[in-house]
Design a protein around this ligand. Structure first.
Ligand code: HEC
Length: 152
């Protein structure tokens, strides 16, 4: 192939892909609001993805993925807390807490050891409320219960 043809192909490829790349980027970074603890917090999926880097050594999110140090979180907003099949929880994460909600997760992630004493999640917490809102939106998106208005 000649240099000129290769250049034309690259230009064409860029022209075809640019709108696709641009639309994914804007969907992920577009701010939405999420109701948490009685207020509407601004959040976006891209910041949520970055916040989840702090969790992902221990948690998978997708359906049927394996447990790591922590349980797989698929459907965590609709199944009772502490009920992922095949994971052995501490007594602190109890099914009678019901499914996780934006509010209960916000409290838990702020300071896990204080919110549910005795739990075995070795994680100091996310002290920034905005970061918690981002990660909540991201978790919802990837565990099968997207936050209305926040999905790409
Ligand atoms: C060092 C590993 C580790 C890290 C990091 C970690 N977790 Fe966990 N997580 C665990 C373990 C272990 C449990 C189970 C605790 C128990 O049984 O007491 C857990 C439990 C949970 C639960 C309850 C799951 C259920 O089925 O009810 C949620 C939700 C959760 N983690 C979310 C997060 C999020 C979000 C982050 C990041 C901000 C995070 N975790 C960071 C290890 C971790």
């Amino acid at each position: 192939m000649t240099g000129a043809r290769l250049r034309r192909l690259l230009v064409l490829g860029h022209w075809l892909l640019a709108p696709v790349l641009a639309s994914t980027a804007s969907a992920a970074t577009e701010a939405c609001t999420v109701p948490v603890a009685g207020e509407e917090r601004s959040a976006n999926l891209e910041s949520g993805r970055r916040a989840f880097l702090k969790c992902r050594a221990c948690h998978t999110l997708g359906e049927g993925e394996r447990h790591l140090v922590g349980p797989n979180l698929w459907h965590m907003f609709r199944r009772p807390a502490g009920s992922a099949a095949g994971f052995s929880y501490s007594p602190a994460i109890r099914p009678d807490l019901g499914p996780w909600t934006n509010d209960s997760l916000d409290r838990f992630l702020a300071q896990p050891s204080k919110a549910l004493p005795g739990n075995r999640m070795v994680f100091a917490g996310l002290s920034n409320p905005a970061e918690r809102a981002h990660v909540i939106v991201y978790l919802r998106q990837h565990t099968g219960d997207p936050q209305p208005g926040c999905q790409p």
